[in-house]
Design a binder for this molecule. Structure first.
Ligand SMILES: Cc1ncc(COP(=O)(O)O)c(C=O)c1O
Length: 465
């Protein structure tokens, strides 16, 4: 088979640090949406080595600290992070030989925490719902650990000049060059503000009429502060990496020409649409940026050009933005009327599984553990005989019995009540008064519905009508 040539060849490099930056700028297809608008280009920052824009600032902050003598060989980097800066710092730490501790709030996705551990960090998880003055706030915890650790260095990305500078010297110049100077507006959210301020400063220096548009989730204080100069009470929001509860030093309000507020649901649905329609697989804040960029692009002349940023990859949000169950539970996908809802509307995607009566107990125990269908149905064809009695199986194990020598029937007990996918959801409420779990008959098997999962799924229903 003939292998097509790649479009460009880059020379081999010595370390992954040299692969940071120079990310592609990709045109959003004009038929992505059905309203007239000018061109939009997306800067794919998720193609950096650790999967986010933050690789840029991680390298710049470490190099800056080394130059100033704040970080010495054998030192330890200690940072508070919503995940992405942490991953970037891990990559830099691995390449340059530093130890690393990361402090992350518990609202961040499990995938992000797993990535930090995989990259060698000591991870400290702190509660997300504490005020910024609380000693348990992730910034306070990072500051304290750094101060108490010999050789510890706290980059403090929110107030670090090297953060903004890396975008001024890097990302901003790249965008200007990639657009060949033809850019009318740059649209992006702010966490630390480094991206928006650094790129904003670079673009305005080249052409002061380039509009810099900030984007915020409702609940963040930045947009309100920019508009009114007043600090509102921060509120909760689900998009990760953007929005703030205090004004970061890296955020320069004077560069910003307008601020848009985009709700979580809109941001997440846009990220999902972008992935399906273009193959650009980005996170929730990318969706937020794109909703705002589309709004801006509809107000500009047809020959104008808007650029926005895709800060991180959708892979970090498989259990959130890209999980239908999570999106439905949170009410980000259309709700089903409680009057007409069936059990199928409340069930999360779960494997279906049953074992045959002649299967071994060892096989059944493995199925129950691996597939998470508990209690595990035991069926002869379409006839449900009972379920695996896990306590009896545990007793066999504690007595040292070889489970491969028994059929599952040795540990079978009565099945809980069975409903079908098509049954009204209210039928389950009656049964949950006396049972912790039900079995649900699906088209080709059974699955389990636990009281806890059922409660979690109730916000999927519209109880108002
Ligand atoms: C996913 C995501 N989007 C956007 C941003 C905003 O970047 P900045 O901190 O430069 O404002 C961040 C920052 O952490 C992020 O993680």
């Amino acid at each position: 088979m003939e292998i097509p040539p790649t479009q460009k060849t880059t020379a081999a490099v010595d370390s992954v640090l040299e692969a940071i930056g120079d990310t592609p700028l990709v045109r959003l297809p004009l038929d992505f949406d059905d309203q007239p608008r000018c061109e939009i280009f997306l800067k794919l920052e998720y193609l950096n080595p650790s999967g986010s824009v933050k690789d840029r600032i991680a390298l710049a902050m470490v190099r800056g600290a080394e130059a100033r003598g704040e970080l010495k060989p054998g030192g330890r980097i200690v940072e508070c992070t919503s995940g992405n800066t942490g991953a970037g710092l891990c990559v830099v730490a691995a390449c340059l030989g530093y130890a690393i501790t990361l402090v992350i709030p518990d609202k961040m996705s499990q995938e992000k925490i797993a990535v930090l551990r995989a990259l060698g960090a000591d991870v400290v998880v702190t509660p997300a719902n504490v005020t910024i003055e609380d000693p348990m706030h992730y910034t306070k915890v990072a500051e304290r650990i750094a101060a108490e650790t010999p050789g510890g260095w706290w980059p403090n990305q929110y107030h670090n000049r090297d953060n903004t500078q890396s975008h001024y010297e890097g990302t901003g110049q790249e965008i200007w060059n990639q657009c060949q100077g033809k850019i009318d507006a740059f649209v992006a959210g702010a966490g630390t503000g480094g991206t928006l301020s650094g790129i904003g400063q670079a673009l305005k220096e080249k052409n002061p009429s380039v509009q810099i548009i900030g984007v915020d989730p409702p609940g963040s204080i930045l947009a309100d502060y920019w508009k009114t100069g007043e600090l509102i009470e921060p509120g909760p929001y689900a998009v990760e990496g953007v929005g703030e509860e205090e004004i970061p030093g890296a955020w320069d309000a004077s560069l910003i020409d307008d601020y848009l507020i985009i709700k979580d649901g809109e941001s997440f649905r846009m990220a999902r649409k972008l992935a399906k329609k273009t193959g650009i697989f980005a996170g929730g804040s990318s969706g937020m940026n794109l909703v705002a960029a589309l709004q801006v692009a509809r107000t500009l002349p047809a020959d104008a050009c808007v650029v926005t940023l895709m800060p991180d990859s959708g892979r970090a949000y498989l259990s959130k933005v890209y999980s239908d169950g999570w999106m439905k539970d949170a009410g980000y996908l259309p709700r089903v009327s409680a009057k007409t809802a069936i059990l199928g509307d409340l069930l999360r995607e779960k494997e279906q599984c049953a074992v045959r009566p002649e299967d071994t107990l060892a096989w059944a125990v493995r199925q129950a553990g691996e597939r998470g269908i508990r209690p595990l149905p035991i069926a002869d064809g379409t006839t449900l005989l009972g379920v695996l009695d896990e306590h009896a199986a545990a007793a066999h194990l504690s007595e040292g019995k070889d489970l491969t020598q028994f059929s599952v029937q040795a540990c079978m007990t009565d099945a809980p009540p069975v409903l079908s996918l098509q049954d009204p959801w209210k039928d389950a409420s009656t049964l949950f008064q006396t049972h912790e779990v039900l079995l649900i008959r699906t088209e080709d098997g059974w699955t389990s519905l636990h009281l806890q999962d059922w409660l979690r799924a109730l916000p999927r229903l519209d109880h108002s009508a």
